[in-house]
Design a protein around this ligand. Structure first.
Ligand code: UDP
Length: 458
């Protein structure tokens, strides 16, 4: 019996590559051979962010990093056009993955891949796997509630809540089942009223993916049963295995950075060592880091008004207009976020509520302040504020802006509430951690999956 070999294919965005890389590290630690397929553009960013010694053979921690073209120019003009990337992923990547497999087969004169693990949003990858007779699993790097929403599209159309392009017919709060987070119809994952073409594409893609996923052997979700029991009960095919990453591995210095598109600024960890426990506001809005100038300024001034120490990640976006260098404020391009959140100096997390950030904050027992702006972030914010009750949102003023006073008010509230948010956050963290140790649901699901890969190889 040969050693099992898994080909892992993420959607080419940072919030998808990182959790699938963590998943790959886990598979590799279980003796499984892993080939990780990035687009050339992302592959080069990842290699350039690695230390020199790991760059040479493109094998890191037992994971072979390979790449395929994505059909786009390297110019930011082309890459930043909304919808360009998802178009190329859909129309260009499938052939490139097929060519890669054919190359691998001819080089080794035989079948080499025992299983595909592809991002749930890449339905076509399931079809490519089927074509080559390869077994397959879909991996969802978002909340189970986001998947359940995708599975509910037909019903939402039937009930007259949205039209055939996904546009809401009414502005209404809905709940897909009791216990699931409430959702506003004008903030559903695909809704993007400013760019109807892009919305239509995402919506169609979700419908198509629902079909492709029906044929997968596994539908794994980077989440935790107790965090979203109602969603998992609604769609029992979705299996929780999260949080993948820290929880399943011991943390070695710098070891979690594999898959980062930007080099991590590790000096901020030394700065954190010098701060009072629980005192620092950590601000990071994920890999896109988009925020309008006016909002950025109000946020920066509001934070300064709190007179608390701040670690602010720009992700390569605009610098916050603050007096940096006073010892109170440190601004970095890219932080080792998972390690930062575990640092005892952190008091709260001002976040855009991307699912990875949400899980990372939850498993660190940190209260949140939420500024969602896009896609599934609204669902995640509802979990944080209304379901788990470990964070607060902000009210917008008549301009649609969160004012400096509102920023100060909410930060003071969460840092000073006699620790009620913190107590609940620690409780949720404990629930989460129980899932990743022996007999925990995530642990057992993950093990079942690994054993399935190992036993069915011939
Ligand atoms: N991240 C990081 N350093 C930073 C900012 C973000 O390592 O300075 C990581 C973060 O830990 C998370 C990912 O980038 O794993 C962002 O994913 P998320 O789903 O939160 O947001 P997205 O980028 O998809 O909007």
């Amino acid at each position: 019996m040969g050693r099992p070999h898994v080909m892992v294919i993420p959607y080419p965005a940072q919030g998808h590559v990182l959790p699938l890389m963590s998943f790959s590290r886990y598979l590799a630690s279980q003796g499984i051979q892993v080939t990780f397929v990035n687009t050339e553009f992302n592959h080069n960013r990842i290699i350039n962010s690695l230390s020199k010694s790991s760059r040479d053979d493109h094998v890191v921690d037992g994971i072979k990093l390979v790449s395929i073209p994505d059909g786009l120019d390297d110019s930011p003009e082309e890459r930043n056009v909304p919808g360009m990337l998802s178009e190329s992923v859909l129309h260009f990547m499938p052939t490139k993955v097929e060519e890669l497999i054919e190359r691998m087969i001819s080089e080794t004169s035989g079948a080499v891949i025992s299983c595909f693990v592809a991002d749930q949003s890449l339905g076509w990858a399931m079809e490519v796997a089927a074509k080559f007779g390869i077994r397959r699993a879909a991996f969802c790097p978002a909340a189970a509630a986001s998947m359940v929403l995708g599975f509910s599209i037909q019903k939402l159309v039937y009930d007259g809540l949205i039209d055939y392009d996904g546009t809401p017919n009414v502005n209404k709060t809905i709940q897909l089942s009791p216990g699931m987070p409430e959702m506003e119809t004008d903030k559903l994952v695909w809704v993007c009223l400013k760019n109807k073409d892009s919305q239509r594409n995402i919506f169609q893609l979700m419908l198509q993916n629902n079909k492709s996923i029906e044929s997968t052997d596994w539908l794994l979700c980077n989440s935790v049963f107790e965090l979203e029991a109602a969603a998992f009960e609604q769609s029992p095919k979705i299996l929780p295995i999260g949080p993948i990453g820290l929880a399943h591995h011991s943390l070695e210095e710098g070891s979690m950075s594999l898959g980062s598109f930007l080099p991590e600024d590790r000096d901020c960890l030394d700065w954190l060592d010098r701060q009072i426990p629980g005192s620092v506001i950590y601000i990071a809005f994920g890999s896109y880091g988009v925020m309008g100038k006016v909002q950025l300024e109000e946020l920066a001034i509001g934070i300064e008004l709190t007179k608390r120490p701040v670690l602010w990640v720009t992700s390569g976006g605009d610098q916050p207009p603050m007096r940096v260098g006073s010892g109170q404020v440190i601004v970095v391009k890219w932080a080792p976020q998972r390690e930062v959140l575990l640092h005892r100096a952190i008091g709260c997390f001002v976040s855009h509520c991307g699912w990875n950030s949400t899980l990372e904050g939850v498993q660190s027992g940190i209260p949140f302040l939420c500024i969602p702006y896009f896609a599934d972030q609204f669902i995640n914010k509802t979990y944080i504020c209304n379901v788990w009750k470990i964070g607060l949102g902000f009210e917008q003023d008549e301009r649609g802006i969160i004012s400096r006073l509102e920023v100060k008010r909410k930060i003071d509230e969460i840092m000073r509430d006699n620790g009620e948010f913190k107590k609940r956050a620690i409780k949720i963290k404990e629930i989460v951690m129980k899932n990743v140790v022996k007999d925990g649901i995530s642990y057992e699901n993950l093990n079942k999956f690994v054993n399935w890969i190992k036993t069915e190889v011939n």
